[in-house]
Design a protein around this ligand. Structure first.
Ligand code: FAD
Length: 423
């Protein structure tokens, strides 16, 4: 049987949006709402829309977070602040409600659709596009965008070309390439004259050296503080939950820290990831704790003392691997040197990180088109007249918890509205 014909794509349009991910869908909707009757085409390389949204948030789609500030992002602060000011969490909640998707807040502050299903989000966005008359051209991979006659831009795709007054590039990053986001959009905007800063895996689990003693802890999770160093200098410190996996470490705190380790590794800056079981406390403070414990409860073992913070198995492995001390040893019986090693292991244990787990496991890309090359009020390119950029392809990445979708909705809102007003 022959393949079904791809949906038709007109030869001309007012606005062509490239990439029907979160940012592209938002762009198309806001463009169509702001300019009723405008001919808007949304070109998507994949056969189906929404692959990444469907797998996001463990299949529930963490749409946004109840508090979102510029500090939650790695990106030029004032620009991020302005984008969020134009379309913040309140606007996102109201917008989704208008699409028929009510959101509810988890204890963590993350917001999910009340249905508990990411499919609700995809269905609502696609239905709104259809209701507004947006042409959804799936199976239309875009190969290039070039200048056309009369100041328009020509978008060359798998089945021909569409000339448009405005083009919005929303092709995402390189995370989860099987979803259709493989970084090809950056080559297109680079050919048009944009800069693309080096791109790195971010929000990604980290792989530890084979044979590390921590493999036995797979499945165990507990709170930690992680400090990342590059060339001996502290570049990031954060606390949260760490999950030991069969290949390394994951969990929110690792995902958030990963970009710093990855960027330092790419710069060959001797990256180091150090783990502490005592967030906010330094060596001296933890040493004092141990000393006080040894005085008050001389028979208490290290593992028992740590039990209130970490599962016993994890405490035992960390002490054994990090300090070469038998974890059942009563604290009062530790020699001075052993206690020094134990405190070091509990506050600054160097994890033998080998590499990030790979683009198939990375939730986001760090790097992309510099925010300095766009006008933050309109997401318009400062390099190519008529071009706008939205979403992950910009050099801005948020922490885990709904922040990256918030960026996609907000930049899509600005780009979409601007295409209609001619800004
Ligand atoms: C497993 C996973 C879970 C995640 N969970 C969350 C979460 O719960 N909350 C959160 O905030 N963030 C989450 N993220 C991050 C979030 O998915 C991204 O921030 C967001 O999808 C970026 O939106 P975007 O539209 O910019 O890019 P994308 O969603 O990547 O969309 C880009 C689209 O462009 C298409 N495309 C690419 N190149 C071309 C081309 N040349 N021609 C035509 N089409 C093209 C792609 O097929 C794709 O559909 C998750 C990411 C992953 C991988």
């Amino acid at each position: 049987m022959s393949e079904p014909a791809p949906p038709p794509c007109p030869a001309t349009a007012d606005v062509a949006v490239v990439g029907a991910g979160a940012a592209g869908l938002a762009t198309a909707i806001f463009a169509a709402e702001a300019a009723p009757g405008a001919r808007i085409v949304l070109l998507e390389g994949a056969a189906r829309i929404g692959a990444k949204i469907l797998v996001s948030g463990g299949g529930r789609c963490n749409v946004t977070h109840d508090v979102v500030t510029a500090d939650d992002f790695n990106g030029v602060r004032p620009v991020v602040r302005n984008v969020l000011a134009a379309f913040g969490v309140g606007a996102t909640i109201a917008w989704f409600a208008s699409l028929g998707v009510d959101l509810e807040r988890e204890e963590t502050g993350k917001l999910f659709p009340v249905s508990g299903e990411a499919a609700t989000v995809v269905r609502a966005l696609v239905a709104r596009c259809r209701a507004l008359g947006v042409t959804l051209a799936t199976g239309h991979r875009v190969a290039d965008v070039e200048r056309a006659a009369g100041g328009a831009l020509r978008v060359r795709h798998a089945h021909g070309a569409v000339a448009a007054r405005r083009v919005v590039m929303a092709t995402g990053g390189r995370s989860l390439p099987r979803s259709g986001s493989d970084g090809g959009g950056w080559e297109i905007v680079a050919r048009l004259g944009h800069t693309v800063t080096p791109t790195h895996q971010a929000l990604v689990p980290l792989v530890l050296a084979p044979g590390s003693p921590f493999g036995a802890l797979a499945g165990v999770s507990h709170p930690v503080e992680l400090a990342t160093f590059a060339g001996g200098k502290l570049v990031d410190r954060r606390a949260g939950s760490l999950l030991w996996t069969h290949v390394g470490v994951s969990g929110p705190v690792v995902m958030d820290a990963s970009r710093h380790w990855v960027i330092a590794a790419a710069a060959r800056a001797a990256p180091e990831l150090r783990l502490s079981l005592f967030p906010g406390e330094d060596f001296a403070a933890v040493d004092r704790r141990l000393a006080a414990c040894a005085r008050a409860r001389p028979k208490l073992s290290l593992t028992r003392m740590l039990a209130e913070r970490v599962p016993e198995r994890a405490a035992a492995t960390l002490v054994r691997a990090g300090a070469a001390v038998e974890p059942a040893t009563p604290i009062a019986r530790l020699t001075r040197e052993e206690r020094r090693r134990v405190v070091h292991a509990l506050t600054a244990l160097a994890l033998p990180v080998e590499r990030p787990r790979g683009w198939n496991y990375a939730e986001i890309t760090a790097g992309g088109v510099p925010l300095a090359e766009i006008d933050h009020r309109t997401m318009a390119s400062r390099v190519v007249p008529g071009l706008h950029l939205a979403g992950e392809m910009l050099d801005c990445d948020g922490r885990i918890g709904g922040f990256n979708f918030q960026w996609a909705w907000a930049t899509g809102h600005l780009a979409g509205r601007a295409t209609a007003t001619g800004d």
